[in-house]
Design a protein around this ligand. Structure first.
Ligand SMILES: CC(C)(COP(=O)(O)OP(=O)(O)OC[C@H]1O[C@@H](n2cnc3c(N)ncnc32)[C@H](O)[C@@H]1OP(=O)(O)O)[C@@H](O)C(=O)NCCC(=O)NCCS
Length: 175
């Protein structure tokens, strides 16, 4: 079977992570403004060892569930899915991040638009869902631009740095 990669857009391309990405990964990821809205398993500070562990994990997944968002020839961020299990096995959560120097160029929305059909097919899904802290207006906008539909609000569901936040639930559903 031919590889679907890279998933080619006009602002970015998505492709599997490699160890060559480590310097760019750590440079872009090691930023509290990137990690602030993400779960704590995204480390802050983000060290070389964190990067190596992440790339080893990403490279072990077949088909790849975590892809690099490549911009101007280097990895500038990441996008990935975590398939659920049991009765929710046709659902996955999707998440993404981008280095701060690349924000505001429509890259995340394009990455999400490229990732959505790939993930649905590669993991036999019918539903992709994303949770965004309600104050993360950029991410909510990214989800809307990529066609995700707001389904509700999970009140006080996200604890970060000792503060509880509401989260918006967005989903893309294959009817
Ligand atoms: C969220 C994130 C991925 C967005 O990436 P991006 O490439 O800058 O996003 P885009 O350029 O595609 O879209 C951002 C949108 O938010 C809008 N926006 C930016 N700042 C805004 C603000 N303060 N208020 C309202 N809208 C805002 C932009 O105008 C743009 O919408 P538009 O295209 O309609 O003008 C990036 O900020 C990031 O990595 N943040 C840290 C990690 C994170 O939050 N990940 C998501 C977790 S759910």
């Amino acid at each position: 079977m031919t590889s679907p990669f890279p998933l080619e857009g006009t602002r970015c391309r998505l492709r599997p992570w490699t160890t060559d990405d480590l310097p760019a990964l750590v440079r872009h990821a090691d930023n509290p403004r990137v990690s602030n809205h993400l779960r704590d398993h995204f480390p802050s500070p983000y060290t070389d060892d964190d990067g190596r562990r992440f790339v080893a994990f990403a490279s072990s997944q077949h088909p790849p569930s975590a892809l690099a968002i490549e911009v101007d020839g280097e990895a500038g961020g990441g996008i990935g899915v975590i398939p659920a299990s049991g009765n929710e096995r046709r659902t996955a959560e999707i998440g993404y991040w981008l280095g701060e120097s690349l924000w505001g160029r429509g890259i995340a929305a394009e990455a999400l638009t490229l990732m959505t059909p790939y993930a649905l097919e590669a993991f036999s899904l019918v539903r992709l869902e994303a949770l965004a802290v309600t104050t993360n207006v950029q991410s909510c906008r990214v989800l809307e631009k990529a066609g995700y539909v707001l389904e509700g609000r999970m009140r006080r569901s996200f604890l970060k740095h000792g503060v509880l936040h509401d989260q918006c639930v967005y989903a893309w559903v294959l009817e």
